[in-house]
Design a protein around this ligand. Structure first.
Ligand code: SAM
Length: 296
């Protein structure tokens, strides 16, 4: 009987499942299976998942995290791209009637449609996942830009990427990813996870990030896309001054330089600053001012 077996995320059971199905973890799909029950439970606890909640998972693998979510949540819908894992998940999760696996690439999925079809609308919706690391950024950007409203997002990623997401202005890790993510959500590191907790072991350590999407912003940029491309442009040469980067974005013609100066005077932001010194609010102010000045 399945319910007499140790839980999926125990090292013994993980190894038994991999052997039984002769599974070789696919590097190209970022397959590193988390095999530590305490860590798995702590991930679910970081999302404060309870029986009112609907949960989306990305990349269930052999079902270790899915099982821990299913034990606490109302319902789990998990997207898995690798069809070879479908028979495995059918067996490992057969006791959990509140789990639905969708065999689809998360980057191609129509998330709002899936949420409307699979979940009752009046329950909190959360995202909990051990992400495939090769697509961490596109997944998070897609999720945070979609119309689906998540109450909490708890995801595991490479520790170095997690450091960039939470980085403050003036630090080495601060860059366009920090600004764009912090614009969309309150971001914090919940805890770190050593590489030894996975089978097979990856070459990097990991961290759990908790994102709480923002409902309102103190200042609104006139357009998100414009803000994002402006921020990326400002960090194109992070060793150079803001003044140099702005000329890189808008051009060096005397008339353009004059308008750049007007914006810098209006906003009171020094042209000598390096982009890594600018706060999220500075970037929003500059985006709006350059828009008003007709430069974007
Ligand atoms: N959740 C499991 C765990 O914690 O042990 C497995 C996590 S593993 C790091 C990432 C999973 O994401 C793999 O199962 C992989 O096949 C799946 N995956 C990779 N790319 C994907 C994509 N584009 N869409 C959906 N799933 C994907």
């Amino acid at each position: 009987m399945t319910n007499e077996l140790p839980e999926i995320g125990s090292p013994a059971r993980t190894k038994a499942i991999l052997n039984r199905y002769r599974l070789v973890a696919k590097k190209s799909l970022g397959q590193n299976f988390l095999s530590d029950l305490n860590i798995l439970r702590n991930i679910v606890a970081a999302g404060d998942v309870n029986d009112h909640d609907n949960v989306i998972e990305i990349g269930p693998g052999i079902g270790a995290l899915t099982e821990q979510i299913a034990k606490r949540a109302h319902k789990v819908v998990a997207f898995e791209i690798d069809e070879n894992l479908l028979p495995v998940l059918d067996e490992t999760l057969m006791d959990y009637k509140n789990v639905k696996i969708i065999n689809e690439d998360i980057l191609k999925a129509n998330l709002p449609a899936v949420v409307a079809d699979e979940f009752e609308a009046d329950r909190p919706l959360k995202l909990v996942a051990n992400l495939p690391y090769y697509i961490t950024t596109p997944i998070l950007m897609g999720v945070l830009q979609s119309t689906v409203r998540f109450e909490a997002i708890v995801v595991m990623m490479q520790a170095e990427v997690a450091e960039r997401l939470v980085a403050e202005p003036g630090t080495k890790a601060y860059g366009s990813l920090s600004v764009i993510m912090q614009y969309r959500a309150h971001v914090e590191i919940a805890f770190n996870v050593p590489r030894t907790a996975f089978i097979p072991q990856p070459n990097v350590d990991s961290a759990i990030i908790r994102l709480t999407p923002r409902e309102v912003l103190p200042v609104n940029p006139y357009e998100d896309k414009a803000l994002f491309s402006f921020v990326k442009g400002c960090f194109a040469h992070r060793r150079k001054s803001l003044w140099n980067n702005l000329q890189g974005i808008f051009g060096k013609q005397p008339e353009v330089r004059e308008r750049i100066e007007t914006v810098l005077n209006q906003t009171g932001i020094s042209r000598q600053l390096r982009p890594e010194r600018l706060t999220l609010l500075n970037f929003i102010e500059l985006t709006n001012a350059f828009h008003n000045e007709g430069l974007m």
